[in-house]
Design a protein around this ligand. Structure first.
Ligand code: NAI
Ligand code: MG
Length: 475
């Protein structure tokens, strides 16, 4: 056995202010609301900074700033808007290390992931949509597609800066202006992005960032000056928003939960499939809307696959997210940890068998070991509800038809995975899965050119690719 020496990334590279105001009209402003909130490092429970919780008057001020900036920004030739977006993309690349450390501190995800996945994708999204800004007339939406106006955008805590990029890059490329509300537990990279907008000399009011919790989000999406709402988060809140926007002129896109099936057929290369299953559910502690949280494995290979999976999980390293060797970081919040615990206990109570590798848990912070449930029935809560944590539910099947039926037996439909060596079986299966994204012999692969979005209770509208422009244009 080799021992790992600690390989911590330095946190000195980030400069966190003790307290933050709101970013409105290109400036830091003090909120009218006196409510403030401390954001903590979930790996240590250390307070990182205090942020404002914007009230209705603050949200109104931000929407007014965005509305005032809209005529200027939307009238600018696309090639000019593109210059700003390219500049932002390059600044993100230049500051990638700093932003990755900041993301890891505020979110708890391993530095290896924020450095190698989140940040490269954030920059790639801005580069990609910068390229569309002067080509909108050729995007297939008519010769002169027009922007909508002010976009109110609400994002979750699992990929804070990446979700910001998914929302802001296409909105700006199309000529809209933006008010964005980051999640309450992970505001810091959005606030750093505000500084990047200033560095890029973005005209004031084009991007506004208001921090706060659900009430701030509700004030934003319900503001009459907002023309488009884009939301990523829970199905529960997505439903609330859809209800309150029904009958208004606002255009809405929703990216909600998931309960993806990762289907492994008996002819799949076993070791490769195990890596895919691990990446599918333990990437980002399973805080992934498209996580492969239901493993559907063909009965003939179930025992072998589970043995290999358990062996592999025994090598996973849980702990300090800033350590470059860490595979599994901290759970983002005490609330999320409580939810994962509650659902895991329900799994045991309903009769599934629970397993975790021997795994030391740090004394402070929010942690949950990688967990596998076998003997799971389709009716169990752990097979139906989004756990949003490092918990895998294993079910078996005998025939491809049974695999498809079980995979589709969910109110969600965001993603799925298919592992097989046979191209014909892969295509047969993929064409029958009711999921927005189907990966084959890989999982959790993202690219700005590829549209992403759901069926059924996973939401509607697409983000990414040419399709992602549609939500930000008046068609
Ligand atoms: P959430 O849906 O409450 O929060 C997402 C964002 O919406 C946050 O910025 C929040 O402040 C905002 N928000 C909350 N209530 C709002 C309202 N009434 N109007 C407008 N904005 C509002 O998600 P939460 O509570 O953080 O997580 C609960 C569960 O939701 C998780 O356990 C997970 O299962 C699921 N979830 C799914 C995500 C996904 O990407 N599909 C992301 C985050 C959570
Ligand atoms: Mg909530």
């Amino acid at each position: 056995m080799f021992e790992y020496a600690p390989a911590p990334e330095s946190r000195d590279i980030v400069d966190i202010r003790p307290s933050y105001g709101l970013f409105i009209n290109g400036e830091w402003v003090e909120p009218q609301s006196e409510a403030r909130h401390k954001t903590v490092n979930p790996a240590t429970e250390e307070v990182l900074a205090e942020v404002a919780w914007a009230g209705e008057a603050d949200v109104d001020r931000a929407v007014q700033a965005a509305a005032k900036a809209f005529p200027v920004w939307s009238a600018m030739p696309g090639a000019e808007r593109a210059k700003y977006l390219f500049r932002i993309a390059r600044l993100i690349q230049e500051r990638a290390r700093e932003l990755a450390v900041l993301e890891t501190l505020d979110n708890g995800k391993p530095i290896r992931e924020s450095r190698d996945v989140d940040l490269p994708l954030v920059a790639a999204h801005f580069f990609y949509y910068a390229g569309w800004a002067d080509k909108l007339a050729y995007a297939g939406f008519g010769p002169d597609p027009r922007p909508l106006g002010v976009a109110g955008q609400v994002i979750p805590w699992n990929f804070p800066l990446l979700m910001l990029a998914w929302k802001i890059a296409p909105a700006l490329a199309c000529g809209n202006t933006v008010v964005l509300k980051p999640a309450e537990t992970t505001p810091l990279t959005a606030l750093a992005f505000a500084d990047i907008c200033r560095q890029a000399d973005l005209p004031p009011g084009v991007v506004n960032i208001v921090t706060g919790a659900g009430e701030t989000g509700a004030a934003l999406v319900n503001h009459p000056g907002v023309d488009k709402v884009a939301f990523t988060g829970s199905t529960e809140v997505g439903r609330l928003i859809a209800r309150s926007l029904a009958g208004t002129r606002k255009k809405l896109t929703l990216e909600l939960g998931g309960k993806a099936a990762n289907i492994v057929f008996e002819d799949a290369p076993l070791d490769q499939a195990v890596e895919g299953v691990v990446n599918g559910i333990f990437f980002n502690q399973g805080h992934v809307c498209c996580a492969g949280s239901r493993l559907l494995v063909q009965e003939s290979i179930a025992a072998d696959l589970l043995e290999a999976l358990k062996r592999r999980l025994g090598t996973m390293r849980l702990g300090d997210p800033l350590d470059k060797n860490t595979d599994i970081g901290a759970i983002n919040s005490a609330e999320q940890l409580a939810k994962i615990r509650e659902l895991s206990e329900a799994g045991e109570a309903e009769g599934a068998e629970r397993w975790s590798p021997a795994c030391p848990i740090p004394d402070r912070g929010y942690w949950f070991p990688p967990t596998v449930f076998t003997g799971v029935a389709q009716s169990h809560r752990i097979a139906r509800e989004e756990i949003f944590g490092p918990v895998l539910s294993v079910l078996t099947f005998r025939t491809p038809a049974e695999a498809v039926e079980k995979a589709n037996n969910t109110p969600y439909g965001l993603s799925a995975g298919v592992w097989t060596e046979k191209g014909s079986l892969m295509l047969w299966t993929a064409s029958r899965l009711r999921a927005g994204v189907v990966w084959s012999n890989t999982f959790n692969r993202f690219d700005p050119t590829s549209p992403f979005g759901g069926y059924k209770e996973s939401g509607y509208g697409r983000e990414g690719g040419r399709h992602g422009l549609e939500g930000y244009l008046a068609l």
